[in-house]
Design a protein around this ligand. Structure first.
Ligand code: FES
Length: 158
């Protein structure tokens, strides 16, 4: 039994293995650059992380502590699902890929509320949040479809 377990743990992806030993991971094995939704939330419909994933749709519980930054700062980089979230008002949100249109860097974002632009600090390019206007390099920041109902934000990647 012990050997079988070790064999299992060495053969499966580390995220799955860690999930079995009780470690919560928000990233899945794949780190590809595609803008697909990552099903690796580790919980299916058990909403322990504050969101659920079904196909290319993510449903976010905006009252969950994992998304308190979105409410307090007005935006957040939801790295587990590779998306930027922007709060327009209490029932209107936008979602974007977090892959910078310039060179695809995902983790160097800030948001300038007075200009209503995301800025990628990697090379300091800025991107409007209207889903159509090009930024200073690489085109427009790609939008996802969003809808809001009863404290839940649904994001569909396309
Ligand atoms: S990768 Fe974002 S500005 Fe260059």
């Amino acid at each position: 039994m012990k050997n079988k377990r070790r064999e299992f743990l060495t053969n499966v992806c580390p995220t799955v293995a860690l999930a079995f030993v009780g470690v919560t991971m928000l990233e899945a094995c794949s780190s590809g650059g595609e803008d697909t939704i990552d099903p690796g939330n580790g919980g299916g419909n058990n909403n322990t992380n504050g969101y659920t994933v079904s196909g290319n749709t993510v449903v976010i519980d905006l009252n969950h502590s994992a998304f308190s930054t979105l409410n307090s700062n007005g935006w957040m980089n939801f790295t587990a699902q590779k998306m930027l979230l922007l709060k327009i008002d209490s029932s209107t949100y936008r979602a974007f890929t977090n892959s910078c249109p310039h060179q695809g860097v995902r983790t160097n974002w800030t948001y300038n509320s007075s200009q209503d632009k995301f800025k990628c600090g990697q090379h300091n390019n800025s991107y409007p949040t209207d889903c159509t206007t090009s930024g200073t390099a690489g085109g427009a920041l790609k939008c996802f479809t969003t809808s809001y109902s009863g404290g839940k934000l649904t994001v569909t990647a396309s």
